[in-house]
Ligand binder design. Structure first.
Ligand SMILES: Nc1ncnc2c1ncn2[C@@H]1O[C@H](COP(=O)(O)OP(=O)(O)OP(=O)(O)O)[C@@H](O)[C@H]1O
Ligand SMILES: [Mg+2]
Length: 331
């Protein structure tokens, strides 16, 4: 077991501020607090080499859990062990075993060339020269960083910065990589590159990955196991395919044609259970279907023979709606 949590809890004290001037003054003298149970009795263990998605709606407690795993926060009660140690008690020792990427902020020095950030990390982690050189070369090649390696972080685009942050988190070859929304705000092409990189990292170097994201496709490309939390509590821990088979059956295909589609009714007459809606101008149609009952290509073919198809896309359910369905038990 490389990561293990036992009845893990984190409660924050949140200050309550009274409105108005009296409130502002009162704020100075007698502060009132409410407790916020951000993480409640969470138990799970992760084996070396696994890639696990850690998901849940906003405020579920995901980042709080990751911060406890990195040692930034200490648990209110319960226990967390990473590579056999309790992170907050031995932060530096823990740091050597882990890499962390918070998509929302960077760990790169803002004003110096990122190449220099890596050199500083080499010293911090006491990485031997040859290992450092090989690892940096490998990361620069795989993450296609040649053209911006000598720019300061503040001059990088978001996609470049995210790759530079990934490299920074991996320069010391950690056993575990924590990723907190690593693809947030990125375009499809860069997202895809990052996903492929992470999948290969997990498979080739057996790096253990714990990934937080709101993007179901990130999870599908990288993880087989999914742990879902909501309001601080664990609500599911298991195989991703099972979740999808049970709760994410519905997909939607949107087909756009160069001309108006006027006979959708007839074309879909043989499939009365399919729901659909026409797009604005009737130049397209969106059809909802069960992934086990229908193939997207079959639905496309119903139109592509007689219409000139401009574009089509398939929407997968969002992880948020999957979680809602888990609660209500609906399909
Ligand atoms: N330092 C803090 N002090 C007080 N409350 C906090 C603190 N950090 C987090 N919280 C609260 O704990 C809860 C969980 O927050 P957390 O950041 O872990 O959620 P999350 O699952 O990462 O959400 P998101 O998807 O929006 O990033 C929230 O209600 C948040 O307001
Ligand atoms: Mg978060």
């Amino acid at each position: 077991m490389i990561i293990e949590t036992t009845n893990l809890n984190k409660t924050f004290k949140q200050a309550v501020k009274k409105p108005g001037l009296a409130g502002a003054l009162k704020h100075l003298v007698s502060q009132e607090y409410v407790s916020k149970e951000a993480v409640k009795d969470i138990n799970f263990s992760i084996n070396e080499g696994e890639a696990v998605a850690y998901v849940g709606p906003n405020g579920a407690g995901k980042s709080t859990t990751i911060k406890m795993m990195t040692g930034i926060l200490h648990p209110t009660s319960g226990k967390i062990q990473v590579c056999g140690i309790e992170p907050y008690k031995k932060r530096m020792e823990n740091a050597k075993n882990i890499g962390v990427v918070f998509g929302q902020r960077t760990q790169l020095w803002w004003d110096i060339p990122i190449r220099e950030t890596y050199a500083l990390l080499k010293d911090i982690y006491e990485i031997p020269e040859q290992i450092y050189k090989d690892q940096l070369d490998m990361l620069v090649t795989l993450l296609e960083m040649e053209e911006f390696l000598y720019l300061p972080a503040r001059k990088l685009s978001l996609g470049q910065r995210m790759r530079a942050d990934l490299a920074a988190s991996l320069i010391h070859k950690p056993k575990i990589l924590y990723l907190d929304e690593p693809t947030i705000g990125l375009d499809i092409v860069i997202k895809k590159k990052i996903r492929t990189f992470l999948k290969e990292l997990n498979q080739n170097s057996r790096t253990t990955i714990l990934l937080t994201t709101h993007d179901l496709e990130d999870i599908e490309d990288i993880c087989e196991r999914i742990v879902i939390i909501d309001k601080g509590s664990l609500i599911y821990d298991g195989n991703l395919q099972e979740v999808k088979d049970t709760y994410a059956k519905k997909r939607a295909i949107t087909i756009e044609a160069t001309t108006k589609i006027s006979d959708a009714n007839q074309r879909l007459a043989a499939y009365p259970e399919l729901e659909y809606e026409m797009l604005e101008n009737n130049n397209g149609i969106k059809i909802y279907f069960d992934r086990f009952e229908y193939r997207a290509t079959m639905l496309l073919n119903l139109f592509s023979q007689d219409y000139d198809i401009l574009d089509f896309k398939i929407d997968e359910p969002k992880i948020e709606s999957v979680i809602m369905k888990m609660y209500t038990g609906k399909l």
